[in-house]
Design a protein around this ligand. Structure first.
Ligand code: C2E
Ligand code: MG
Ligand code: MG
Length: 488
């Protein structure tokens, strides 16, 4: 490529600025544009910025190029936003070389002044490399720009050092997550986890997050679910000299706007343990929460077997498993195992999101244990016990009662108390029952006779009482039955 041709293109105004829309992911409206330089050369044709920007940086031409792009873009956006009060942000890329240039700050001030664009409508995009290569010098320029009211974005996050510390110490407003990460976000658990971490960290630091290079609806849904604030990409609009900005209402076809519960890589709260494993079930990632949940460092889990860790080879879907805590017994975790498939339908990776449910499971187990205790006390009791409703229908009886009246438990459950009572005792029994039913008596104690199927009378002493539900409603009658002879 010829430096002379580029120089004369810049000098002769033969470059162009294209604008790519940036949309608000909460409603799909266009909230800004990114200015992207375009160079069409008669001989070379359309030269991609990746090539001519590098050449311009190497030759120092980038300073003139950047100044030209900044002024042209500011002038254009000042026209678009004239008389408008709604937020609209123009993003302009700044090369590390420009940022180091002493005149850079003054160039920005002049561009804003000459074009009439308000400083808060301008966002300068810088890359991590630009910052890292010369932190002290660059930081002071960034702080001065911030004081001016200009916003600052960290571009292509995820391609360089991806240092979150960097974000903390600089006056940044926006983090733009590089499209190489966004490309995989709906299908690759590792990338999804990484992006989620960046989003959470950026939000904690008070920054907005822009997802770059969103091309598909699934990616849009995923970045929406992860909490990204804005999005940019071919799905929302390609860079163009005259982007459509007036129709801020979302395209009716933007299905990504409606929250979807299925088809997403499921990631959730910070307390959850997120594990990613490869197709052989070898753990390739563990979130920091494993320190709290299992008393182990993420690096202790990576390289191990997911199957061993969970104590089972899990299928897709919700599961509850017991995991060992390094120095404190075990933890119950409930979670999902989500296989991520490649285009051929083969499992590529497995994502596992686990929530600590130890307290809930312990409580359930205690309840189950006490139910079990109650059941064995009921069935094993040496005296007869019967539960009946207020019409005398038998609801539950224990083996001791069945034996006493010479019938099986299941047989009794088809009968009423009257069916096993001696005919002479039916009258008084009915009277007692109606008293209990009416609430006139909570309990009664009688000596009566049951009748075995062969007609043998069985004298018994019955102690019956009302059973109430937890909220105090009469529920049934419990009767304790002893052979009357035992009492004498
Ligand atoms: P960038 O700042 O990250 O800009 C986004 C790039 O991603 C643009 O490429 C844009 O066309 C492309 N893009 C946006 N959405 C999608 C998508 O959905 N899919 C795909 N595959 N690509 C998408 P472009 O215009 O080729 O620019 C490449 C890079 O060149 C820019 O990356 C930026 O770093 C640099 N650049 C462009 N214009 C300027 C400029 O005026 N000054 C400086 N210093 N750098 C510039
Ligand atoms: Mg950019
Ligand atoms: Mg970028």
């Amino acid at each position: 490529m010829d430096v002379g041709r580029l120089r004369s293109a810049i000098a002769g105004d033969r470059l162009e600025v294209h604008f790519q829309p940036v949309v608000d992911l909460s409603d799909g409206s266009t909230v800004g544009v990114e200015a992207l330089a375009r160079w069409y050369d008669d001989e070379l044709g359309q030269v991609p910025p990746d090539r001519f920007v590098v050449l311009a940086e190497e030759t120092g031409l980038i300073v003139d190029l950047g100044r030209w792009v900044l002024r042209t873009a500011c002038a254009q956006v000042a026209r678009w936003t004239l008389g408008r009060s709604e937020p609209f942000l123009l993003s302009v890329n700044v090369s590390p070389v420009e940022l180091r240039e002493e005149s850079f700050f003054d160039d920005v001030v002049r561009a804003l002044h000459d074009t009439g664009l308000a400083p808060h409508r301008l966002c300068l995009e810088v890359t991590e490399t630009a910052i890292v290569s010369n932190v002290t010098e660059v930081a002071s320029t960034l702080w001065r720009l911030r004081e001016l009211g200009v916003q600052l974005a960290l571009d292509d996050f995820g391609t360089g050092h991806s240092s979150l510390t960097l974000l903390r110490n600089l006056p940044l407003d926006i983090v733009k997550i590089d499209r190489s990460l966004i490309r995989q976000v709906a299908v690759g658990a590792q990338d999804a986890v990484l992006v989620q971490l960046v989003v959470d960290a950026a939000h904690t630091l008070g920054l907005r997050v822009c997802a770059e290079g969103v091309e598909e609806e699934t990616q849009a849904r995923q970045v929406v679910a992860m909490g990204c604030d804005t999005g940019q990409g071919f799905l929302f609009g390609r860079p163009s000299a005259r982007p459509r900005l007036d129709d801020s209402a979302p395209d009716p076809g933007s299905g990504w706007l409606t929250p979807a519960s299925s088809g997403l890589v499921p990631l959730s709260g910070n307390d959850d343990l997120v594990l990613v494993a490869d197709r052989e079930r070898t753990v390739t990632y563990a979130s920091a929460s494993c320190r709290r949940l299992l008393g182990r460092m993420p690096s202790e889990l990576v390289g191990g077997s997911l199957t061993d860790l969970l104590g089972a080879d899990l299928e897709d879907g919700p599961v509850t498993v017991r995991m060992l805590h390094k120095d404190d017994g075990h933890r119950w975790v409930r979670g999902i195992v989500h296989p991520l498939l490649d285009t051929a339908g083969q499992v590529r990776e497995v994502l596992c999101v686990l929530t600590d449910v130890t307290t809930a499971v312990s409580r359930e187990r205690e309840l189950a244990d006490s139910e079990e205790l109650f059941r064995s006390a009921f069935t094993g009791a040496p005296i007869g016990i019967a539960l009946s409703d207020f019409d005398g229908r038998l609801l539950r009886v224990n083996p001791a009662l069945a034996e006493l009246v010479g019938r099986s438990v299941s047989e009794l459950l088809e009968l009423t108390v009257a069916d096993i009572t001696h005919t002479d005792d039916l009258g008084p029994d009915a009277h007692n029952l109606s008293e209990v039913r009416a609430g006139a008596a909570e309990q009664h104690r009688v000596v009566k006779r049951y009748l075995r199927p062969d007609g043998t009378p069985v004298p018994v002493e019955v102690h019956a009482a009302r059973v109430r539900t937890a909220d105090g409603e009469p529920y049934c009658i419990v009767a304790h039955v002893l052979p009357a002879s035992d009492r004498r």
